[in-house]
Design a protein around this ligand. Structure first.
Ligand SMILES: [Fe+2]
Length: 346
């Protein structure tokens, strides 16, 4: 963890908590136990029993996540101190599909599943990493210019899956390797200054957000030859107008992804309000370089996130994170899932 003094904005956006070495060791042992008992980090019975493990988790972790969830006091939290062994996790794969089954990194996925259980329900997308519930975020030689977790160009900050009505409430990122201290960037909505006119416009459904390429490309593959139109293609062709700010007027939630959104055609007032908010969020960005064993929890209704550009070596030493998304109410997306207990949005 960077020990320099943090600015007031940094403190307001990201809360840092450090687990003791004993707590870190407890979490590691628990993750290994659960993985050997259930055979897979995302086995349905492991996920189903995650909540029952609460009493075995460090009190600090449980209380911090409860406060974030219930009181929304900070938009992002970093929990430091999960032990990650750089040698044991092996080289950073060159492709998320290359990761070996049941490798050491799967132990750390169990930690994400446990944290997800304290916040809500972990879920996935059929259009991302084959519906996996825990993703590998790593640079891929064929994807360097993409706006995704596999690129190396600057990943413009955004609400996670902001185009989708059933996007996550929380985004979890766990650092496994980050030798170059590549920063993740975060900004919260609470600190921004907006005049009343802009604020009011931003609460009205005068904006369009379209899906990103990773979702859209895979959506096209999924329906290829079926004659069907994937729901994400609908969201691309005729996006539903949405508001950027919603919830409580004094402490609003936000939904924004400047690269993939615009004001409604011809609505100059909405475009100006979006520009004002974009500029303010940009001004309030905070950098967080996730070290091995650092967990970043982003409240996806209160904060945006992105990543700085970096150079990949593709020699097994590149940045490698694990990622999961969590909803507080899986039921809302029932029309997009095959069965009530299914966690993958089709
Ligand atoms: Fe993201």
């Amino acid at each position: 963890m960077n020990s320099r003094t943090r600015t007031r904005n940094e403190q307001a956006v990201v809360r840092h908590v450090r687990l003791s070495p004993e707590d870190g060791a407890t979490l590691d042992a628990l993750s290994r136990d659960l993985l050997s008992a259930h055979g897979s980090s995302t086995a349905p019975d492991l996920i189903a029993t995650a909540l029952e493990q609460t009493h075995r988790l460090p009190t600090t972790l449980v209380e911090e996540l409860r406060t974030l969830r219930l009181h929304e006091t900070v938009p992002a939290l970093v929990v430091h101190g999960l032990p990650v062994d750089d040698k044991r996790i092996g080289p950073t794969p060159l492709d998320w599909q290359d990761r070996k089954e049941h490798d050491e990194s799967e132990v750390h996925e169990v930690f994400l599943v446990l944290v997800a259980g304290l916040l809500g329900d972990i879920f996935g997308w059929s259009t991302l990493q084959n519906g996996r519930l825990v993703h590998d975020v790593l640079p891929m030689p064929t994807q360097e210019k993409e706006q995704s977790g596999h690129g190396t160009v600057e990943l413009a900050w955004h609400t996670e899956d902001g185009f989708h009505p059933y996007r996550c409430d929380y985004l979890l990122l766990l650092g496994l390797r980050n030798h170059d201290a590549v920063p993740t960037v975060v900004a919260g909505i609470d600190g921004v200054q907006l005049d009343q006119k802009h604020r009011s416009v931003l609460t009205q459904p005068r904006f369009l957000i379209r899906p990103d390429n990773e979702h859209l490309n895979q959506a096209r593959v999924l329906v290829e030859g079926s004659g069907e139109v994937h729901p994400m293609q609908h969201m691309q062709d005729s996006p539903e107008p949405c508001a950027v700010l919603f919830g409580h007027p004094d402490q609003p939630y936000l939904r924004i992804d400047p690269v993939f959104m615009s004001a409604m055609p011809g609505d100059a007032e909405a475009a100006a309000a979006l520009d004002a908010l974009t500029g303010e969020l940009q001004r309030h960005l905070v950098e967080v370089a996730l070290d091995p064993g650092d967990l970043l929890v982003v409240d996806n209704y209160k904060a945006v996130h992105g990543r700085s550009a970096f150079s990949a070596r593709f020699d097994g030493t590149d940045r490698w994170l694990k990622k999961a998304v969590v909803t507080r109410d899986l039921r809302r997306s029932r029309a997009h899932r095959g069965a009530a207990h299914e966690r993958v949005l089709l």
